[in-house]
Design a protein around this ligand. Structure first.
Ligand code: ADE
Length: 236
């Protein structure tokens, strides 16, 4: 069985942990497919105030995460895993709006890595020397800003975990859905057949599997053309 280890380095483990206690990611962890642990940078602060950030040199607003606690937290995690699973190479990810854009194909690639170490920033960001010295891959979840890397880490890790073989509990899920083949999903219906005057398309009640498949494909194409024509042009 392939197993993935995930370490999340953050100032707010409590913002990450509950998400991975439920649903698909929760089950993947419970079943041993994934081992996940959160490490708080603050546990690696060295002064009496347990500082992890400081004002930027040169002035300006906000605070900057300091090198010391971040590099020490990384060294701690890497040391621990190297003892437990020698030879495993970490893929270190820094979540930042200036990173490589997250796409389904990047998620798919990351899902083949045995060990992800994810750094979540806050405030004004990381001291630049962390980028330079930690060998991180910078990733952005999109062209917008959220207030911390935690929200971005949850998006990335959820997207990775559900691609692990066995995580969804049925083989087809990830193949059939949106983006796996570059099209948006077809509409789905369940009981009742009529709700508030709105009905289910007849073809879905016909039992004719070929017709249903053809209808769904047509819907996928139509929706994609309407909502995301950029996907049809192949310019991801
Ligand atoms: N931190 C703040 N905004 C972000 C984004 N869009 N992607 C990754 N990390 C972030």
């Amino acid at each position: 069985m392939c197993h993935m280890r995930i370490d999340v380095l953050t100032l707010f483990p409590e913002a990450i942990e509950p998400f991975f206690a439920v649903s698909i990611a929760g089950r993947a962890i419970e079943s041993g497919l994934v081992t996940m642990s959160c490490v708080n940078f603050r546990d690696f602060a060295t002064d009496k105030h347990r500082s992890v950030d400081d004002r930027p040199f040169g002035g300006g607003p906000g605070m900057v995460l300091m090198c010391g606690p971040v590099f020490d937290a990384l060294a701690h995690v890497e040391g621990q895993v190297k003892r437990q699973a020698p030879g495993t190479v970490p893929t270190k990810i820094m979540l930042t709006p200036q990173g490589e854009p997250l796409t389904q194909s990047l998620l798919s690639e990351l899902s083949t890595h045995p060990w992800l170490v994810v750094l979540c920033g806050h405030y004004e960001g990381f001291d630049e020397r962390i980028r330079q010295g930690a060998g991180v891959r910078e990733i952005s979840i999109g062209d917008y800003v959220v207030s911390g890397g935690e929200a971005a880490a949850v998006v990335l890790l959820d997207g990775v975990i559900r691609l692990l073989p066995g995580a969804l509990g049925h083989g087809q899920g990830t193949v059939e859905e949106s983006f796996a083949d570059g099209l948006l999903e077809y509409p789905q219906y369940t009981r009742p057949r009529e709700y508030g005057g709105m009905t289910v398309p007849e073809v879905l009640l016909s039992g004719n599997h070929a017709e249903i498949a053809a209808w769904r494909l047509a819907q996928m194409r139509e929706r994609t053309a309407k909502h995301r024509p950029d996907l049809l042009l192949g310019d991801e």
